[in-house]
Design a protein around this ligand. Structure first.
Ligand SMILES: [Mn+2]
Length: 386
């Protein structure tokens, strides 16, 4: 296997004159490892990269599945390297196993990622191995999406939009009753909206994760998922970021809607957020930095008179966006420290305004950086009063 997945990694290994690279983790919890192997496992396994070869070491039971689903060149049976270890020696068994694989592959100087377990690194170093952290190489490769990855992401995005449409239908079929909404004769809750979105996503083979459907005061806290009655005349913030259970890629989308009659201040907040999003989307192209885009959004809100006080949770209190892929938040970031954007990056653009006494407004689209600009892959309408 010699491909886009390992290109940056191979270069780093060569630059640092290392003999190879190792990773020991469960790929279900480690996006880098899943990216390198395409092998999804709940139990930790060993991945080794040496020269142009990728090797995977997993239990014999998993060998056939690893050979079938992963893109690696060789799959070795874990048991062959554990033969001298006892089950009670848990703390020694894994470093000993890794050491015998390294011996077999003739690796002395080893690159690892920043999250390589420190206990394993200590033990390997004690046994004479040199361990060098190569942070960021795989993350950088992951940030540049291939056409295939973009197709996966568009698919999750469509599922996301279908799910949000279901929740909006519930809202438009609800009746305003005092300061809350009623649906089919009962008070409508955030939980019901989240459940409708979750059901639709599950039907489309996506894991819903922590769907946000918050209204009123709840909506002023960006990551509060929302609970209790859905308020009329107040903002209702949706944020949906499912993961496909087949491709493992994510979508991410936020919309803000309102049933009833909004006070003029909320109208103004909504129009400012929408315009801020347009400003940012127009800037996205290769070579511009995430920081430049973020500062433009910050400046625009200030110009329009929306003050930010992060410590008191007022105004534009989060970043403009983030990369999206196998993780919900990954490179590149559109914040004060955000680096240069490159063709193939997939980023969210999600300005928002939050005032504890008014509520919150957030709009989030996902854009792909193209050779001379960007393409918005979000098709969901932005209608405030529904
Ligand atoms: Mn987001």
């Amino acid at each position: 296997m010699n491909s886009k997945q390992t290109e940056t990694l191979d270069r780093r290994i060569a630059e640092l004159q290392l003999d190879g690279y190792a990773q020991y983790a469960a790929s279900s919890k480690d996006a880098n490892l899943y990216y390198l192997t395409s092998f999804l496992a709940e139990d930790p396994f060993l991945f080794l990269r040496k020269g142009e070869q990728s090797v995977l070491v997993t239990s014999s039971m998993e060998k056939a599945r690893a050979l079938k689903s992963s893109g690696v060149d060789r799959v070795l049976a874990l048991e062959d390297f554990l033969k001298d270890s006892f089950e009670t020696e848990v703390d020694r068994a894994t470093p000993n196993m890794i050491a015998s694989v390294l011996r077999e592959c003739d690796i002395k100087r080893l690159g690892v990622n920043a999250d390589f377990p420190v206990s394993l690194a200590d033990e390997l170093r004690r046994n004479g191995y040199e361990i060098a952290p190569l942070s960021g190489s795989i993350e950088h490769s992951r940030s540049i999406k291939t056409v295939g990855e973009l197709e996966h992401m568009a698919q999750v995005q469509r599922a996301s939009e279908k799910a949000l449409a279901d929740a909006i239908t519930i809202l438009t079929h609800s009746k305003i009753s005092g300061d809350v909404l009623r649906y089919k004769g009962r008070v409508l809750t955030s939980e019901q909206l989240k459940s409708a979105i979750g059901q639709s996503l599950i039907n489309d083979a996506c894991a819903p994760q922590d769907v946000i459907a918050s209204s009123g005061e709840d909506s002023a806290l960006p990551h509060l998922t929302g609970s209790g009655p859905v308020k009329a005349d107040s903002t209702i913030v949706f944020d949906v970021f499912p993961q496909s259970t087949t491709s493992r890629y994510h979508a991410d989308m936020s919309r803000t809607v309102l049933r009833g009659a909004p006070p003029p201040e909320l109208f103004d907040m909504y129009s400012a957020v929408k315009e801020a999003q347009n400003i940012a989307l127009k800037m996205l192209r290769p070579g511009i930095s995430g920081a430049e885009v973020h500062l433009a959004v910050m400046d625009y809100f200030e110009e329009r008179g929306f003050r930010t006080d992060v410590n008191n949770g007022q105004g534009f209190i989060h970043s403009t966006g983030h990369g999206l892929g196998l993780e919900v938040h990954e490179l590149p970031f559109l914040n004060k420290r955000g680096g240069l954007l490159e063709k193939g990056n997939v980023v969210t653009i999600e300005p928002g305004l939050y005032y504890p006494n008014m509520g919150g407004v957030r709009l989030e689209d996902v854009a792909v950086i193209t050779h001379n600009g960007n393409r918005n892959i979000t098709q969901f309408p932005k209608e405030f009063v529904i």
